[in-house]
Design a protein around this ligand. Structure first.
Ligand SMILES: CC(C)(COP(=O)(O)OP(=O)(O)OC[C@H]1O[C@@H](n2cnc3c(N)ncnc32)[C@H](O)[C@@H]1OP(=O)(O)O)[C@@H](O)C(=O)NCCC(=O)NCCS
Length: 155
């Protein structure tokens, strides 16, 4: 069932197994190669490096999330997604803006991520947020095989 458009949402840190269930659901609705519970469990063993912010609505504990690593003074954004029925309403922009604020609070100065060259919606979002392309990784993605653009911005 598609969620209704909403103006009522808030952004929070991931907290516990129920949130992880929500993240896995958004993953499965968003990516052709979703990360598994085991992959996240592995990541979350190191909470000083692996950080996950979630978007909540009154109806659902997790409608979107952003997972990033803090590596010295950089954040590496690994995954960001919003449930399909709630995209295009500014929630992704609000989430990323909050992630940069959190990153600055943690001491980061720069942010980087990879994006599929064909992912025009995400590329527009990142461009609007001030990311610039600094290179490419050939055949970085599978299913389907595709190059990645490497983007950076200051936090
Ligand atoms: C990328 C993503 C997180 C953006 O979240 P969002 O909540 O749709 O973002 P916003 O509403 O803030 O809009 C950002 C841009 O998305 C585009 N957009 C608008 N409606 C959209 C829709 N229904 N679906 C997808 N993108 C849409 C627009 O280009 C918008 O930019 P604009 O306002 O300049 O036109 C979301 O589309 C998503 O989950 N995509 C699938 C997973 C993914 O590709 N993640 C990125 C991997 S690098």
């Amino acid at each position: 069932m598609q969620p209704e458009p909403t103006s009522d949402y808030w952004i929070d840190r991931l907290d516990g197994d129920q949130d992880l269930d929500g993240v896995l659901f958004v993953e499965s609705e968003s990516f052709t190669n979703p990360w598994t519970r085991e992959m996240y469990a592995w990541e979350l063993q190191n909470r000083s490096v692996c950080h996950i912010m979630v978007v909540r609505t009154p109806e659902r504990p997790v409608v979107g999330f952003c997972a990033f690593w803090l590596v010295v003074d950089e954040i590496h954004i690994n995954n960001v997604a919003i449930l399909p029925g709630l995209r295009g309403q500014g929630i992704g922009t609000a989430l990323m803006t909050r992630v940069f604020a959190e990153a600055r609070r943690l001491g980061a100065r720069r942010a980087t991520l990879e994006v599929r060259t064909s992912n025009e919606g995400a590329r527009r979002l990142y461009e609007r947020l001030g990311f610039y392309a600094a290179g490419a990784r050939r055949h970085y993605y599978t299913n389907p095989v595709e190059d990645a653009l490497i983007l950076w911005r200051d936090c």
